[in-house]
Design a protein around this ligand. Structure first.
Ligand SMILES: Cc1cc2nc3c(=O)[nH]c(=O)nc-3n(C[C@H](O)[C@H](O)[C@H](O)COP(=O)(O)OP(=O)(O)OC[C@H]3O[C@@H](n4cnc5c(N)ncnc54)[C@H](O)[C@@H]3O)c2cc1C
Length: 398
């Protein structure tokens, strides 16, 4: 299991740097099963922003030209793109949450229990389930095959597959996960599905798997039309931090130093700091022990790096938001709680309840969004390809 600290993330980045250029472009689609040196394994660090996208892209471009590292840089921007897209289409997340609740309330469909127990009889699927549960990770290509077989061969609802991933992936992320599953199902790029084939699986797993009996066609799923998208707000600070200010970190962004560097003046005003996480809010079924351990470790690490202006260490709050955070803010006599902006997903849902609870007490919640997101998200309004065209300019700006 990766170590949930910023230092471990930076070491992993450093170790990967030599391979981020042409070697990544050549080998990244292969899943050899063990020692995956072709890909970075940075996703749990990026997902919690123990290490930021900006640092990763910056370090890669100190070592390689943008031309040589184009594939890797694009993959990092896929994460940014998905987040910006979901931000503008939050109804997709709300529907997904409702669908998972309904499917679980109604009793899971036939075949679901066998699938998540690794007992489908499809050797590749059963091995991937074990790998996901044991390690909290699957290779990108394997995630695509898995989702395709789940939907088109096993005929299971994509939402329950996405929920299974979200509960077990250390990098489980509302945008990347939900929208990738939708992409495989033919919902994200309407009508265009992803069909896993035995020959492709065999080629890119170096012959480890060649499952028989896979679906040979993949008819796109359909859905009620989505409401018009809501453009991303231009403002990157919502509210103004007045009076006594406290900083509350959460599992979407655990690197306060670079965040606060974008807000000169705020550091000197921090009367108190705290961290909080609730990985269980990813799913009505909670999160795996591995996800809980990684997330808890990551916020503990952030706490050690986040003193207030007087040098006092951050308080670690229990996950019972909003009560614990309101109690902390009250005991510190705060007027404003500043927190990193949380994109559409479980943390945003929790922060909305906190905003309301603080407001009742006469305190304000102010969210601070990073420049990286503010510059890039507005361009994630259509498909990835127009967005990709803006990457060189975004890299220059950021
Ligand atoms: C069905 C499905 C579900 C997925 N769920 C998640 C998820 O919950 N969280 C998540 O972070 N990624 C998700 N991905 C994307 C991708 O599989 C992982 O980001 C990647 O495998 C992580 O491994 P790595 O760090 O070695 O990636 P590398 O190949 O080394 O890429 C570097 C970084 O770029 C980003 N990245 C790479 N590929 C993608 C991609 N296709 N979409 C978005 N970001 C990408 C990640 O932050 C990654 O750490 C999913 C993909 C699919 C097909």
């Amino acid at each position: 299991m990766p170590i949930p600290t910023r230092i471990a993330g930076l070491e992993a980045l450093d170790e990967f740097l030599p391979r981020a250029g042409s070697a990544y472009a050549r080998d990244r689609n292969h899943d050899p099963g063990v020692s995956r040196r072709a890909v970075s394994g940075l996703s749990p660090y990026l997902r919690h922003r123990l290490v930021t996208e900006r640092e990763v892209v910056g370090a890669v471009l100190e070592r390689h030209t943008l031309g040589a590292a184009a594939k890797f840089v694009q993959e990092v921007f896929w994460r940014t793109y998905w987040k910006g897209w979901l931000e503008q289409n939050p109804e997709v997340w709300r529907r997904y949450r409702r669908d998972v609740d309904r499917a679980l309330d109604a009793g899971v469909p036939a075949g679901y229990d066998e699938a998540v127990a690794g007992r489908t009889g499809i050797d590749a699927m059963d091995a991937w389930v074990r790998e996901l549960v044991d390690t909290g990770y699957l290779h990108n290509h394997t995630r695509m095959w898995f989702a395709s077989i789940w939907i088109f061969t096993l005929g299971l609802p994509w939402q329950l597959g996405a929920d299974f991933f979200h509960r077990h992936l250390l990098d489980g992320d509302a945008a990347s996960n939900t929208l990738s599953w939708r992409w495989v199902a033919g919902l994200q790029t309407a009508g265009k599905t992803y069909l896993a084939t035995a020959s492709n699986i065999s080629r890119f797993t170096d012959g480890r798997f060649s499952p028989a009996g896979l679906a040979t066609t993949a008819r796109a799923l359909d859905e009620e039309p989505l409401p018009p998208r809501t453009p991303v707000e231009a403002a990157d600070v919502v509210g103004s931090p007045g009076g006594r200010v406290g900083l509350l970190l959460h599992e979407e962004d655990l690197e306060p130093e670079s965040l606060l560097a974008e807000r000169p003046g705020l550091v000197a005003r921090l009367s108190a700091t705290a961290v909080v996480a609730d990985p269980g809010s990813r799913s009505p079924q909670g999160a795996s022990a591995a996800v809980v351990a990684f997330t808890t470790g990551a916020v503990d690490d952030a706490a050690t790096r986040t003193p207030d202006a007087g040098g006092r260490p951050a308080r670690t709050l229990s996950d019972a938001l909003p009560a614990t955070a309101v109690e902390w803010a009250r005991s510190e006599g705060l007027d404003t709680v500043v927190t990193p902006y949380a994109p559409v997903g479980p943390v945003q849902e929790r922060l909305e309840t906190l905003r309301a609870a603080l407001s009742v007490e006469g305190m304000e919640l102010v969210t601070v969004r990073r420049r990286w997101d503010g510059e890039a998200w507005p361009s994630a309004s259509r498909g990835f390809f127009p967005f990709r065209g803006r990457i060189p300019e975004l890299v220059r700006q950021l």
